[in-house]
Each structure stands twice: as structure tokens, then as C-alpha cells.
Design a protein around this ligand. Sequence first.
Ligand SMILES: Cc1cc2nc3c(=O)[nH]c(=O)nc-3n(C[C@H](O)[C@H](O)[C@H](O)COP(=O)(O)OP(=O)(O)OC[C@H]3O[C@@H](n4cnc5c(N)ncnc54)[C@H](O)[C@@H]3O)c2cc1C
Length: 421
Amino acid sequence: METDVLVVGGGPAGVACALAAAEEGSAVTLVERHGFLGGNLTAALVGTLGGLFVKGQEGFDYAVGGIPRRCAETLQGRGQAYGPVPWEETAVFPYVPWGLKSLFDEWMEKAGVRLMLHSCMTGAGREGGRVEEVTVWRKGGEVRLRAKAFVDASGDADLALAAGVPLEGSPVQFPAMNFYMANVNVAEALTAGLSTLKSLIHEAIEKGDYDLPRDGGAVIPTMRPGEVIVAMGRISLDGRPVDCANPEELAYAELEGRRQARLLADFLKAKMPGFAEAYLLDAPAQVGVRATRRLAGRYILTREDVLGAASFPDAVCRSAWPVELHAEGKGTVLEFPPPGEYYQIPYRCLLPQEVGNMLVAGRCLSANFEGQASARVSATCMAMGEAAGTAAAMAVKAGKEAADIDVKALQERLRERGALI
Ligand SMILES: Cc1cc2nc3c(=O)[nH]c(=O)nc-3n(C[C@H](O)[C@H](O)[C@H](O)COP(=O)(O)OP(=O)(O)OC[C@H]3O[C@@H](n4cnc5c(N)ncnc54)[C@H](O)[C@@H]3O)c2cc1C
């Protein structure tokens, strides 16, 4: 099978990438191991789109344009998202996972993306500085797919690993399993608020009533009557974060995540106003994975870049999200760029060393541990995806490698698409 642009992974980065590349005129194939799109946002019920906003003079301004903004506005227009909801020094945007899943299906269909679902990329064939093909397993057996440009949006850098390009992967962040609760008296829960939840959690940890995994978290109303997403888990093994790139540890994380869901639902029912009659509706399709392998590409984004609001001549998108560390003990540490400011992500963070016709987008970008802890947020991943897809399509059109395209022309095209750089 042949295509112009082949994208591995249908999370926020991969969907934005496939959409942009198709809109720019490429024949695009998207390979996704699940039977639906959205990655962590749907498969792991993350619950809010983060990274959309930056604090402005009055209220919040969009920090990203293009596809992530289109996504937020479409969902909001359909009554399937709301916000900005102030959170710490920024704002988040809660959404209905079903709404996002449907929207991504519609986008792929309308743009003519060839969607291969229930298809897992298992290997790559490389010749010198080019990836020539990937191997994909699906029902019926293995297929080999050839393309002019490849994008790794697998979150775990699976394609980069298979292509043998330099990677980093340590340390990792704690994964977590969010879950749905139903029959909640949402008005009562909201009146009590996150401050009540926080003191109840602290009290329970101090008294030792409940062995809660994290000293914070949130319950996020989905806007559907009586329904919330609970985000209070944290999955460790001997006190350290579970490594979800390790298959044994990943299986443990799924079981431990569901055990925590039962514990947290019991805690909320017993303690939190509005939850007395609530029940655990369901756990998600998979545990939420924040970080595994990262590309060691042509530039490595760092904590100093985030906190110093760094700018780059080859910037392709921006982010105002803090360095968000779920890395030690039960607490979460947030370190923000200066108020109202944002940093840029350079094109080089999407480019592997050694290989010219491959890009990476999303949470496996080229960043160190702290840089990734900011850039992995979903709106930033979509913005990276849009940049990678636009770049891949430009490369195909020009008969060049993605690594050799004119970055000024890419920036111009991204701005025309409505992206903020
Ligand atoms: C518990 C938790 C809470 C979070 N909270 C928020 C939040 O509130 N707001 C926010 O914006 N972000 C949040 N995040 C972060 C955000 O969800 C992720 O960083 C983001 O989804 C990353 O997008 P991605 O497309 O790079 O990767 P992913 O979302 O991981 O998507 C990768 C996709 O690739 C597919 N895939 C992987 N390997 C293969 C393969 N070999 N073959 C085929 N397909 C493959 C996967 O199935 C998946 O669909 C949270 C994350 C977690 C884990």
C-alpha cells in the first residue's frame, strides 16, 4: 500500500496532523491501534483540553489558533464543551469525550483521510537517512505501508524507536486512571467546590482512613446530567512512577488504576457533598499515559525554555502551559512561564536526527523531562500536529525531505491556516 503521508497514532496530535496534511492536498493514511480516535482525550478520559489559553489583560486569550481552536469552538458550539474555566494561573476547557470522538471521525471522513483502525504499527524499514515503510498488524495479518513522509504521533515514539533514531525516556511521570461517576448531585458538589475536596483528601490522608494515591485532583462535570469525570488517581510501583512503555508495568497500571477507581469512588460517596447516591459508571478503555519515550531530536526543549518564554527563528507553535510535574510523592508541582507570556516550539523539536522524511508530533516531541511536562498538554499537541502535517504535505509537494523544507514558507502557511506561532 502507498500513500503520501503516513501518520502513526490518532490522538490529538495525530488527528490534527492528518487533517492538516489532507487539507494541504496530500493523500493521508492514519494508523490507530484503537477502534476510535482521540488518544488520551477519549481512551483515558482526560476530561479537559489544556493549553488553549493564556492570561490576557482582561480574562483569557487563545494561546493557540488553527485546529485546536477550531476543535474547541466546534465542541462548544455543539454544547459539548465549556470554558475557559480558570485553573491555577491558567484556564482549562472541559469537554464531553463522546463529542470529541465523533468530531474527530467527522473530520477524517470529510478530509478524505484513509483511516486504519484496530491497526498497530509494529516495525519500520529504513534505508540510510529515510524511512521507506512501516509494518502494521491488523486482523487478517500484517501489511506493509510505503509513504513519502512519515509522522510519529504515537505518544510513545513507537515509530522513532522502530526507525532506530536517538531517543530519551527517563524519568517518566506517574500515569493515572480517570473514570466516570453518575447520579452525582453536581450542583451540590460544585457548591462545595475543589477546596472542600482538597481538605477532605488531606484529612483522609492524615487520618489514614483511605489510602489515597494523590493529595489533590478534581471532579470535572461533563455537562451531562449527574455525570462527572474523576481525576484523582496516581499509579506507582514501589513508590516510583510506572513505566508505561514496559508491557508488564503497563498491565499492572491498568489493574491498579481500576483498583484506585473503586477506592476513590467509595471515598467520594462517603465524604464529598453531592456524591451520596452516586455510582462508578465506568473506567476508560486504557490508563492515562503522560510520558514514556521522547525523541532526542535536532533541538531539545527544556524547562528553561518554558520558564523563560523562549522564542526561536524556526518556531511552529506556542504554548503557555506550565511545567506540570506528577513526579514525586503525592503532590503536583506547577511552574509557569511569566504571566501573560508563552514559549515557542521550534520545528527542530519535531525532527529526528539521522532521518529526513520523518517528523514527530505530540507528547513524544524532542524535549527533556521538564520540557515535555509542559508541551504534552493536548492543545499544544494539536498545534504541533498541525505543524507536522502541514510540513509533511509541503515536503511531498516539493519532492523534498521534511527536514529540508523552507521553514519560513511553513510558518507563512501555518499563519494562513490560522495557527498562532
Ligand atoms: C491522567 C492524565 C490527565 C491529563 N490531563 C490533561 C488535561 O486535563 N488537559 C490536557 O490538555 N491534557 C491532559 N493530559 C495530557 C494529554 O492528554 C496528553 O499528553 C495528550 O493526549 C498527548 O497527545 P498525543 O496525541 O501526543 O498522544 P496520545 O493522546 O497518547 O495519543 C497517541 C495515540 O497513538 C496510538 N498509538 C500508540 N502506539 C501506536 C502504535 N504502535 N500503532 C498505532 N497506534 C498507536 C494510541 O492508541 C493513541 O490513540 C493528561 C494526561 C493524563 C495521562
